[in-house]
Design a protein around this ligand. Structure first.
Ligand code: G3H
Ligand code: 13P
Ligand code: ZN
Length: 332
């Protein structure tokens, strides 16, 4: 199947009541591990690249790995998505490269650190939407910023999403999907104590925007078994904590349809390579340990495809092309 617009994958997930994992990729082993999991579980999938990933792969290498993934898996709907685009130009470049979806993270300025105002966020997001839709490309926006609730809402740099603002934001920008801030954060250290998430925000936004697929960033579960493998083989990860799978399933029920996962893939790869290297001190063929890493990604992602309810939905629909989407956007 050629790569498909992310809007189609997410709209179908809204209809079917399941979630779809959006997995960050930087290399061939990650892409192959994810695609093996998708093929075996018959799951639609979103593969996403950060600006760091684009730089690491010099863009072109990543582009052709995605083309290979699509050609190798004709039965699987795959969306290729830009993660955390920081300005119009990055989004434009990703569209030129053939991505079927982009995120413009207008909640922060171009430095990806400083908060923007609501108006600034609307302005840059609407500009990207207007451009992307001309090419049939999906756009994800973000309102609010990531961070743990226990850090104190409003006291630090954390701003949870205001549902009334979310409704206004989608109407003003026409984004296809909206990332909410409900207390998650990126990385392996999301909570200091028990995980706390503002689930009511999802319910309230869903009530106001029933047809807009919602997105949860920072959704890695940081499983104890992966942390244990890393630490058993020389790692020093202390007090790592993620979002429990039960909370993700609850979020999916309430309206989250795109679930962003990067850290768990990193943990799986790191553990597999640490273990292999320790147990095979004479290894010199990178295919041996990269192969183990690929297997670890496959196992981790396969579990998520089952847990998020994505499995067995790949054949539910016929792929739309970007040209189909251009007509759909025009008719709106
Ligand atoms: O959004 C954050 C993702 O985990 C991407 O991370 O910028 O290090 O590639 P990265
Ligand atoms: P994690 O760090 O929890 O995997 O989140 C990744 C993410 O949100 C990418 O945009
Ligand atoms: Zn993110």
């Amino acid at each position: 199947m050629p790569t498909v617009p992310m809007k189609q994958i997410l709209d179908e997930a809204v209809k079917g009541g399941y979630g779809v994992g959006a997995f960050n990729v930087n290399n061939m082993e990650q892409i192959q591990g994810i695609m093996q999991a998708a093929a075996e579980t018959k799951s639609p999938v979103i593969m996403q690249a950060s600006r760091g990933a684009l730089k690491y792969t010099k863009m072109l290498y990543l582009k052709y790995l995605m083309v290979a993934a699509a050609e190798d898996n004709p039965e699987i709907p795959i969306a290729v998505h830009l993660d955390h685009g920081n300005n119009f130009e990055t989004c434009r470049q990703a569209i030129e490269l053939g991505f079927t979806s982009v995120m413009i993270d207008g909640s922060l300025k171009e430095d990806s650190k400083t908060h923007t105002t609501f108006e600034e966020n609307v302005e840059v997001t609407a500009k990207v939407v207007e451009y992307a839709h001309k090419y049939g490309v999906t756009v994800e926006g973000e309102l609010g910023t990531l961070g743990g609730i226990e850090d104190g809402v409003g006291s630090g740099n954390i701003l949870l999403t205001d549902p009334a603002e979310a409704e206004k934001f989608v109407k003003l920008t026409n984004v296809d999907a909206l990332a909410l801030a409900i207390g998650t954060s990126h990385g392996a250290y999301k909570f200091k104590e028990a995980p706390v998430l503002a689930m009511d925000i999802i319910t309230e936004v869903k009530k106001r925007l029933p047809n807009t697929p919602l997105v949860m960033h920072g959704s890695s579960s940081v499983p104890k078994n992966l942390i244990d493998i890393i630490n058993q083989y020389g790692g020093t990860l202390k007090h790592a904590m993620g979002v429990p799978i039960k909370s993700i399933q609850e979020a999916i029920k309430r309206g989250v349809k795109k679930i962003n996962v990067d850290t768990d893939g990193r943990l799986a790869i790191t553990g597999a390579i640490r273990r292999y290297m320790t147990e095979h001190t004479d290894v010199i063929d990178p295919r041996d340990y990269f192969g183990e890493a690929r297997k670890a990604v496959y196992e981790t992602v396969k579990g998520k495809m089952i847990d998020f309810g994505t499995a067995n939905h790949a054949g539910d629909y016929k792929a739309k092309s970007l040209s189909d989407m251009i007509e759909i956007y025009k008719a709106k």
